[in-house]
Design a binder for this molecule. Structure first.
Ligand code: SF4
Length: 149
């Protein structure tokens, strides 16, 4: 069993109430091989919601208190992102999940790229808040671009 970003399977849980449907991942869902999660919804954020990015660091820095997650309007949603990561980890442990396939680029789910905090559409190397926690706790984390490998 793998944890999967719900938006990759077609759930409209993105900040703008859209999805990031990936046909191969929807196929894994049909085969009952994955458990869907949306860390931002699990953290108590609504859909649609104001987009958020990590300011001043990456997911690891959020967990060590060195960076925050801010919305485009400047609201601090760090607590929601932390809660979403913790709940995702809880679900992974309850299921005995081997790993996760998470949406690349997201401030929660990005596994090798995240937006740079300027809301200009610029990405930089780094992990999102949930991806960083799952990796720290020993789960393998893939994106939609590399899970097939
Ligand atoms: Fe998709 Fe993750 Fe963003 Fe939820 S938090 S919409 S699962 S990328």
């Amino acid at each position: 069993m793998f944890i999967v970003s719900a938006c990759l399977a077609g759930v409209k849980c993105k900040y703008n109430a859209e999805d990031n449907l990936h046909p191969q991942i929807r196929e894994l869902l049909k085969q009952e091989r994955v458990q869907l999660v949306c860390p931002e919804q699990l953290g108590g954020l609504s859909t649609p919601r104001c987009p958020a990015e990590i300011a001043g660091g990456s997911g690891e820095d959020v967990w060590s208190g060195k960076a925050q997650v801010l919305t485009r309007e400047g609201t601090d949603v760090t607590g929601n992102f932390i809660r979403g990561g913790e709940e995702t980890l809880r679900i992974a442990r309850l299921l005995g999940a081997k790993g996760a396939i998470l949406k690349e680029g997201s401030p929660s789910c990005g596994s090798s790229l995240i937006y740079d905090g300027t809301f200009q559409g610029v990405k930089k190397p780094g992990q999102g808040v949930t991806a960083a926690l799952l990796r720290k706790e020993g789960l393998k984390v893939y994106s939609e671009n590399d899970f097939a490998e």
